[in-house]
Write a protein that binds this ligand. Sequence first.
Ligand code: ZN
Length: 110
Amino acid sequence: MDFKQELIRLRNEYTQRRDAIHADKWHENQAVEKDFAEQATQCENDDVLTSLDQEASALVMLIDNALLRIEDDSYGHCLECGKQIPGARLQLIPYAEYCIDCAERAEEHK
Ligand SMILES: [Zn+2]
């Protein structure tokens, strides 16, 4: 598998998703309803959109970092322990920064 191609494809996908969310938000802000119940619903939607937006932005950033690591030849190595990240993991998550051990350890410390 060509990880660079895959990362670029994913990047396009998430960038489009993020832009779509932005367009959505803009649209909602243009049509502010006076009715309180409507407003509450809009706020909730906005929260969901904001978290989706942040998620997409965070992924685009991870993908950008992975592309940089391809450029400087450090791609596929765990940022924590420096070991090679297994190919199976990279196929699932091409922008993975940590090997499974380190990723699990980070989860535990949350
Ligand atoms: Zn590691």
